[in-house]
Write a protein that binds this ligand. Structure first.
Ligand SMILES: O=C([O-])CC(=O)C(=O)O
Ligand SMILES: [Mg+2]
Length: 640
């Protein structure tokens, strides 16, 4: 109701009226008085003490729950609208996105979804055949299931892994991250922001689980090939940990997805009223490292046995962070190390398809487009593989041509980091050369795409690859994710190479029907083949750190798991349907390598002494399988 009162006399009258009329009911304003000056009708604020308007509704509710229990109770839950003071009072700090939204914003977001269900809005990826509205709808259905019954969710995922991996993980997870601030429904995982400095050691205790075995953390700075998505990037750790549970048999109650909020340089996202991360440009420099140090110390103090996976950090932080922690903690960077080991495994698989020995790796000419964390990690790992085949580091480095958005990288560049420098070409006259020109000149046998910049492998580039490899089938791995960012689709690669390419892409692609009626098989070169097994082997073995040798063992194990029948079809990775067996074998190889380095502890050390089979059996039997267990209620006072 709106009351207009004209003149000073009426103001007094209006105040008197308020004594009898509650002004607010349930926090909603019922009556609003606007006072207008008698002479000119302009609004003014009446002098004096504002009226007292007792509400018939209580101003507060008493709750007995705290933490997650409170957030799961629909009666007291406020979602992302809990104010800061309440988050501290009720033990939910860190369980919600950092910025407090309002009920009005939440209502507006709901109405948007009510009229235009998000899954019906064509995702950005749809044109490239990546994420369709139907995939987005299925993600939503699975998400709702995960929120109400994790055992059933994992059983379904377990039984339909090949079909559902692209829904809960790449590429659909890319669409989820882009829209995370609009899709946000229930709390999952933890948020640590720049404003939490000094409090993180306490905040970790808001997480309800004492036994956390695996943590995946991102700062959202380079989400797949989609760039800076701020706290929306939390979708990636969630998807990765879904795979930890489905593929590696970690228990869903013992994994923790985390996002670190140090701001975002994505200006449109920052300005979006629904975005619930800090609305500041990214913090960098010493302050950034201080925030990360505080988080790592807090997490490793409460959960000293957990394996910590770094995911989708942009290169300027990914490399120094890995170097900072890898000598002290059970950590690895999936993009630098997981993707790299996966790529090397795929190349060994491709050599099997070509009926060449592993030693032929050192004879390849490799063009890699993308010099970020994934690109340089891959290049370094393949070079390490070549060294194992007997090449010197210099000889191995000379087999690579690395390009970034400025073209071919040569030693003449003034700003080369130590990570890139050894792979810069010596000949400055080729500085900045285009991809097409490099491919025509160098005639590479292997073309890798890790730039996250879309279809860089044009028809001309693909045709030049084909022409440059008359003797052996060209190996083409467009590894960027999601589908919209991959360098070439399978169809494009096969069309331009007359079906000769040995093709593997980061995001899934269908087999290709050739005009002559042949069907050419393609593979998926995604780190999901390796990170679950690396984490499982390292966690069960409590190896304290994750070494290059352990990662190399994982890369060498994977191609052995491709059946001869699949090799003959041109596949370079094993079938996803057997992901649990793959993970168990990778974890065993990791554990054997750790055992040889004297790093295994506990039961795994005993099993190592008995041989790889005993290790494999122990690892397989340690995996969580989704089935209902008897539930026991412990009354207060009885210890577990
Ligand atoms: O998440 C994936 O599908 C693979 C990956 O780590 C990336 O692209 O950053
Ligand atoms: Mg990644």
């Amino acid at each position: 109701m709106l009351c207009l009162s004209l003149g000073r006399q009426q103001s007094a009258w209006a105040r008197a009226l308020l004594q009898f009329q509650p002004k607010f009911v349930g926090g909603k304003e019922l009556v609003r008085f606007i006072h207008l000056d008698e002479a000119d009708g302009t609004p003014y604020t009446p002098a004096g003490i504002p009226p007292y308007a007792p509400s018939l509704q209580p101003p507060a509710y008493v709750v007995r729950k705290t933490g997650f229990d409170l957030l799961k109770d629909p009666w007291c839950n406020k979602g992302s609208a809990f104010p800061r003071s309440e988050r501290d009072r009720l033990g939910v700090r860190g369980l919600l996105p950092p910025r407090s939204l309002t009920l009005e914003l939440q209502a507006a977001r709901f109405m948007e979804d009510y009229y235009h269900p998000r899954h019906l809005i064509p995702p950005e990826d749809v044109k490239s055949g990546g994420v369709t509205p139907e995939m987005a709808r299925r993600w939503k259905v699975l998400q709702e299931l995960q929120d109400r019954n994790e055992t059933l969710f994992y059983r379904v995922l377990f039984d339909h892994f090949t079909e559902m991996a692209p829904i809960i993980y790449t590429p659909t997870v890319g669409w989820v991250c882009v829209n995370f601030h609009k899709l946000y429904r229930r709390p999952r995982g933890m948020y640590f922001s720049a404003e939490d400095r000094g409090d993180m050691a306490a905040m970790v205790y808001n997480w309800p689980q004492q036994d956390v075995q695996a943590i995946v953390v991102t700062d959202g700075s380079r989400i797949l090939g989609l760039g800076d998505l701020g706290i929306n990037g939390l979708g990636i750790p969630i998807g990765k940990l879904d795979l930890y549970c489905a593929a590696a048999g970690f228990s869903p109650s013992k994994v923790l997805p985390v996002v670190i909020d140090v701001g975002t340089n994505n200006a449109p996202l920052r300005a979006d009223p629904h975005y619930a991360g800090l609305r500041i440009p990214r913090i960098t420099g010493p302050e950034y490292f201080a925030i990360l140090d505080e988080f790592v110390t807090a997490a490793m103090t409460r959960w000293p046995n957990a394996v910590l996976q770094f995911e989708d950090f942009s290169i300027e932080h990914a490399v120094p962070l890995l170097e900072r922690y890898r000598k002290h903690h059970l950590v690895f960077n999936d993009d630098i190390q997981g993707t790299a080991a996966t790529a090397l495994a795929g190349l060994y698989g491709a050599l099997r398809v070509l009926a060449q020995p592993a030693s032929a790796l050192g004879e390849q000419r490799i063009v890699c487009v993308g010099a970020g964390s994934a690109g340089m990690g891959v290049v370094r790992m393949i070079a390490a593989g070549m060294q194992k085949q007997g090449l010197s580091f210099e000889a191995a480095a000379s087999r690579f041509w690395v390009l970034d958005y400025n073209g071919l990288i040569t030693a003449s560049r003034p700003d080369l980091t130590n990570f890139v420098k050894p792979f810069a070409r010596r000949d400055a006259s080729h500085e900045g050369e285009s991809l097409l020109s490099v491919v025509k000149r160098v005639k590479p046998t292997i073309l890798l795409g890790l730039a996250g910049a879309g279809r860089l492998f044009t028809e001309q580039v693909l045709s030049a690859m084909n022409e440059g490899c008359p003797q052996q089938r060209p190996i083409i791995f467009p590894m960027s994710n999601p589908t919209s960012r991959m360098e070439a689709t399978a169809e494009e690669a096969m069309r331009c190479t007359a079906g000769r390419a040995i093709y593997a892409s980061g995001s899934p692609q269908p087999a290709v029907e050739m005009p002559d009626g042949r069907t050419v098989a393609v593979s998926q070169a995604n780190n999901m083949y390796l990170f679950p097994g690396v984490a499982l082997g390292a966690f069960l073995g409590q190896t304290r750190i994750i070494t290059d040798r352990m990662l190399m063992a994982a890369a060498e194990e994977l191609p052995k798991l491709v059946t001869q029948e699949d090799v003959e079809k041109g596949l370079v990775y094993p079938r996803l349907a057997s992901i649990r067996d793959i993970t168990a074998s990778v974890a065993t190889a990791v554990a054997v390598a750790a055992g040889e380095e004297g790093r295994l502890r506990g039961r795994m050390r005993e099993k190592f002494a008995l041989g790889p089979d005993a290790l494999h059996t122990f690892i397989s039997r340690s995996m969580f399988y989704p089935e209902y267990k008897a539930l026991v209620h412990l009354p207060r006072g009885i210890d577990e």
